[in-house]
Design a protein around this ligand. Structure first.
Ligand code: COA
Length: 374
């Protein structure tokens, strides 16, 4: 006689909607206001740099000038990849490989070149956090250059993450205005309360596994089109719509056919995503700068149509697509760039998880067969 299966009778919150899974002091979403450590995203986008935001997320305070200088110096020291690892990464397949799949593997490999990779105490947390944050952009640039048959451009440790990324990707000194815009994109994407990938990082960390494992989990989670992968899908959609004339009908058909329009809707924001508002302005500005305003105009028309037809507002992924496209960044690198920024938030969540840990172990309500004999 098979033992009776324990049946958990709790209410099921599909997708954990509205479930509060932990306490957090990193970022908050109240109505349509997003704050990192108490500062609004609008304030940070206008007045800070990505490096200051990383510091803020990790240390729960704004850095002083001296602290920021030291922090950037420490980050700069980690802006390298062991030459042997570079060789191994250059030997990995890139053709017909999604860059996020490559990045997930590359981050996992980074751990094999870090003798301290298993450390999770406070000193190790900041050291490894610095390594992961400094190296992620290098990895994405290495991927791009490798698949184009180009050599790896070493980072300049005196420069910022944003400057280095653009410089390494294109192999030439970047335009200062583009670097600032890219830096703002990194700020906007740095953290977002208990989003799917941050939760995934926290779940892995909650088993007291190491930080490379937690970040690898998060990259796999961010990759999905319902999360970070949406920004690529937005640009593919805009390209497939092609012209302003096609846009309204295309969207109506998609909605009639219950096809999700990428870059719209949000689990938490029902009155609009504040990041989308900032990105909308950037999209208008940059598409004008490169003389291709049609991408912004088409996006704005789609934005109006989706609002009118379905009452949905754009999220962070909608206008970031045209911003990155205008920077000449290949579409399939949009999600890896999200990771270059979000790694800072994942790490803040991992530190917070380690500091007040209890393993995540929810229940599943049993709906399967019972009492069978094999
Ligand atoms: N396009 C069309 N309809 C959408 C939609 C979209 N982008 N987002 C949500 N909806 C609709 C759903 O079809 C559903 O409609 P219904 O009640 O008529 O069935 C309703 O809105 C609720 O959507 P649901 O998928 O249950 O919301 P969620 O909270 O589970 O999911 C997202 C949130 C973000 C995953 C969802 O809005 C989505 O898939 N958006 C597109 C992907 C995207 O941009 N992701 C990036 C998020 S930052």
């Amino acid at each position: 006689m098979a033992t009776k299966v324990e049946i958990y009778e709790g209410a099921v919150d599909k997708g954990l909607e509205g479930v509060v899974a932990c306490t957090t002091g990193i970022s908050s979403i109240v109505d349509a206001t997003l704050c990192f450590r108490g500062y609004t995203i609008e304030d940070l986008a206008a007045n800070s740099t990505f490096e200051e935001v990383i510091y803020l997320l990790w240390y729960d305070k704004r850095p002083t000038t001296e602290e920021l200088k030291d922090f950037k110096k420490e980050l700069g020291k980690e802006m390298f990849i062991d030459p042997e690892l570079v060789k191994q990464l250059q030997a990995m397949p890139t053709k017909d490989v999604h860059p996020m799949a490559w990045l997930r593997t590359a981050v996992s490999m980074l751990a094999l070149w870090d003798k301290e990779a298993q450390g999770i105490d406070k000193a190790a947390q900041k050291k490894i956090g610095m390594r992961l944050t400094a190296k992620l952009g290098l990895l994405v640039a290495l991927f791009e250059r490798t698949r184009k048959g180009l050599s790896f451009v070493p980072a300049n440790s005196e420069k910022t993450i944003a400057w280095n990324f653009i410089n390494m990707l294109f192999g030439k000194e970047p335009d200062a205005e583009i670097v600032r815009m890219f830096d703002v994109c990194l700020i906007l994407h740095a953290d977002h309360e208990l989003n799917c990938s941050a939760f995934s990082a926290r779940v892995t960390a909650s088993s007291l596994s190491d930080m490379y494992s937690a970040v690898t989990s998060a990259i796999g989670t961010l990759k999905g089109p319902l999360h970070g992968g949406a920004n690529e899908q937005v640009m593919l959609m805009l390209k497939s719509i092609g012209t302003m004339e096609n846009a309204v009908q295309w969207i109506k058909d998609a909605l009639d056919n219950k096809v999700k329009v990428m870059g719209f809707g949000h689990r938490v924001y029902k009155n609009g995503d504040p990041r989308a508002k900032i990105l909308r302005k950037m999209s208008e500005q940059i598409t004008k700068k490169i003389n291709e305003p049609k991408w912004y105009q088409m996006s704005a028309l789609i934005d109006d149509t989706v609002q009118k037809e379905k009452g949905l507002l754009p999220n962070v992924d909608f206008y970031s697509a045209t911003v990155y496209h205008s920077m000449n960044i290949p579409i399939d690198l949009f999600t890896p760039i999200f990771a270059v920024s979000r790694v800072s938030g994942w790490l803040a969540h991992i530190f917070e998880q380690y500091a007040n840990n209890r393993i995540y172990r929810p229940r599943g309500q049993w709906i399967g067969k019972e009492g069978l004999r094999f």
